[in-house]
Design a protein around this ligand. Structure first.
Ligand code: PRX
Length: 663
């Protein structure tokens, strides 16, 4: 799965390493923070002494219906955690908080983009989830059935996920920014029996008509029997014209829930029963359904939320991720709620109606712990310090970063202008596949270095290896995980061969994360980014093959190659090189049309920034497209080694053309 050009990969990493090596700043945890932090240094010692005992202890923090008999069953590459144990995730996230003082505590504080607000206490959340769970049952949804969720960031997104968990249905959340076709493919792969969507959601003042997209999708989804439609805002997006209801199949969420009993017994689920499937991009055109199970996943997200975010009862925790990504699953819903925390959920864009919307939210709700992505931080930097400076951000006490490497400059800006110089920053490395945080500082323990995710979380084993799989004590190489961890993916839904091949074949006996990394003299990890054909655009994973398939699906396109190019805000942006079929003119209109075509096929996040028409693409003599040369062109670099090309003139011509186009 690695790019055919290991030399080019190494050169790129050497450049990045040189930049990062010059980073000498160190930030020890503030003393007052360290003294009272939930995670103390002993945690590392405890986990190092007995890794399994550490995880057992973390699992004991949950409510189990029946205790497990075996902590870990490891038959590489398949892990089972807490075997024989039974629990229910929704009961852990809600019911166990109802007996004590958390009963009336805010579980979810929500603000819609237009400014509408809702606060749900744990008690209210319990009743909503109970009703939704009973409604699902009434529609015939049973334990083990898959339910697709395609919603904006509204409380119902969390309620729907928890309702599925309560009855043992497996949810598959599809990001609301994905197209009808992407939704269709995900529903069909999982054979979902029901879909939960909304008439619409708000984004930059516009209504995103989710139900219309959903209708388009399910026209080709024979497995869907029922659709529940949340009325986002009566009189607003809730206008019935946004949602044509099909008799017998479509049901308004509120009408369905209204008569239901708010009490719904929680299914006793086996620790290894599926909790959810979440699709993510890989190196082929087909997204992978990442499978997460119940006991191990909940253990890891509960434990990491508590220690990494130092979460307490009086915190207001805001993770800005959308529910459609794994960060939204683990650190908006499951991790925080299992800890009985108060979470803030916000529906819309950070620059709507003004570029200070996030800081307004922090001030209004008194957010204490804030977790976001470097792409957002870079946008805030660009927008200027006036926006945060206008608001009282003094409640903040801890900041987090996730999703892509954070450049030291952005880290320092974040610390100074958002954290007021007093808040520790936790840069957390993990993946959809890992379920929870893997490499991260503990905020009261770890001395941080801007740009480094620091060290593995207690109980997690990571090792750097070279191209042959040999472990390296330091330097540059590939990030691998050496031991099974509780929140790890169990397989790819319906494709266990692909699971073995993708994660376990490159370096036998190890999980290969797909990331290049550097390990410094102190054993700190510096993540350099993907080394496979997966791009990270504004913190979102996009496979180059998916975009290429979308492009060649257009009637005018003969061949396409997509590469990532460095982008100031998004980290990476997409550049597409396209050859046209005979008889098609390379016009500006066609360029726009192709961009639009990709957005329609996959979603707006995959829209290429640049499209370049070319008579030929640079290929090796065996016919493989040389993406690294295209990347050199897209990033305006001198061309790398072209000696293996069938026709070196192709790439020289392309470079000229690309540069001509940009000027
Ligand atoms: O390349 C790494 C990058 O995001 C990838 C995982 O993407 P996804 O599954 O969408 O999950 C994102 C949120 C957990 C990784 O392979 N990545 C994630 N966190 C970091 C990161 N790169 C550098 N530093 C991070 N903190």
């Amino acid at each position: 799965m690695l790019d055919a050009g290991p030399h080019a990969e190494r050169d790129r990493m050497t450049d990045q390493i040189a930049t990062l090596l010059s980073e000498q700043r160190r930030f020890p945890p503030p003393q007052a923070f360290a003294a009272h932090a939930i995670a103390q240094p002993a945690l590392y010692e405890e986990a190092a002494r007995d890794r399994l005992a550490f995880w057992e202890n973390e699992a004991r923090a949950l409510d189990w219906i029946r205790p497990w008999t075996t902590t870990l069953e490891w038959r590489l590459p398949h892990a089972k955690w807490f075997v024989g144990g039974q629990l229910n995730v929704a009961a852990n996230c809600i019911d166990r908080h109802l007996a004590g003082p958390r009963r009336n505590k805010a579980a979810i504080i929500w603000e819609g983009e237009p400014g509408d607000r809702r606060v749900l206490t744990y008690w209210e959340l319990a009743r909503e989830v109970g009703r939704a769970a009973n409604a699902l049952k009434r529609l015939g949804v049973r334990r083990g059935d898959r339910v697709a969720i395609y919603l904006p960031m509204i409380p119902e997104a969390a309620i729907a996920m928890l309702a599925c968990a309560r009855i043992g249905a497996v949810h598959s959340v599809v990001f609301g920014g994905f197209s009808a076709e992407s939704l269709r493919d995900r529903i069909n792969d999982a054979q979902a029996v029901a879909l939960i969507t909304a008439d619409g959601g708000y984004r930059r003042g516009q209504i995103v008509p989710l139900k219309r997209f959903a209708d388009e999708a399910i026209a080709e989804c024979p497995s869907i029997r029922h659709v529940m439609v949340v009325q986002r805002r009566p009189g607003g997006a809730g206008d019935e014209s946004f949602a044509e209801m099909k008799e017998g199949r479509d049901h308004w969420w509120h009408r369905l829930l209204d008569p239901e009993n708010p009490h719904c017994p929680a299914e006793a689920m086996d620790a290894e029963d599926l909790l959810f499937i979440l699709y993510t991009s890989g190196t082929t055109g087909k997204p992978k359904g990442i499978v997460h199970t119940t006991g191990g996943y909940l253990t890891q997200v509960t434990s990491t939320t508590r220690y990494v975010f130092d979460l307490r009862d009086d915190d207001v925790f805001w993770c800005t991720a959308d529910i459609g990504w794994v960060t939204g699953h683990s650190y908006v819903v499951y991790g925080p709620l299992a800890n009985g925390a108060t979470v803030l959920m916000y529906e819309g864009a950070p620059d709507w109606p003004e570029r200070d919307r996030f800081w307004k939210l922090v001030a209004r709700w008194g957010v204490t712990v804030f977790y976001t992505a470097p792409t957002a931080i870079r946008a805030f930097m660009k927008w200027g310090t006036d926006h945060p400076a206008r608001h009282d951000l003094s409640t903040l006490r801890l900041l987090g970063s996730v999703g892509e490497p954070i450049n030291p400059e952005a880290w320092i800006w974040y610390r100074k202008h958002i954290g007021g110089g007093r808040c520790p920053i936790v840069d957390t490395w993990w993946q959809t596949e890992t379920g929870g945080i893997m490499i991260t500082p503990l905020p009261g323990v770890t001395v941080t270095k801007p740009g480094s995710a620091t060290v593995p979380f207690p109980g997690i084993g990571a090792e750097l290896v070279d191209t042959t799989g040999k472990a390296l004590p330091k330097g540059g190489g590939f990030l691998t995980l050496t031991e099974p961890w509780p929140g790890m993916l169990r397989t790819i839904y319906g494709d266990d061969d692909r699971y073995r091949e993708t994660y376990w074949s490159r370096f036998p006996g190890r999980y290969f994360a797909g990331d290049g990394a550097k390990l410094d003299d102190d054993g700190y990890w510096w993540i350099l980014g993907r080394v496979d054909d997966v791009l990270n655009v504004a913190g979102h994973r996009i496979g180059t093959m998916e975009v290429e398939s979308a492009l060649v699906d257009h009637p005018a396109v003969a061949e396409a190659a997509v590469v990532g190019k460095a982008h100031e805000l998004k980290g990476q942006a997409l550049a597409a090189f396209v050859t046209l079929k005979e008889g098609n003119a390379a016009t500006a209109e066609l360029k726009d049309d192709l961009k639009e075509h990709v957005a329609k096929k996959i979603g707006a996040i995959a829209r290429p920034d640049d499209v370049l028409f070319s008579a030929d693409l640079p290929k090796t003599r065996s016919g493989k497209i040389m993406r690294r040369l295209l990347k050199d062109i897209a990033e305006g670099r001198a061309l790398g080694d072209t000696t293996t090309l069938a026709d070196p003139n192709v790439v020289a011509r392309l470079k000229e053309q690309y540069e001509g186009q940009e000027s």
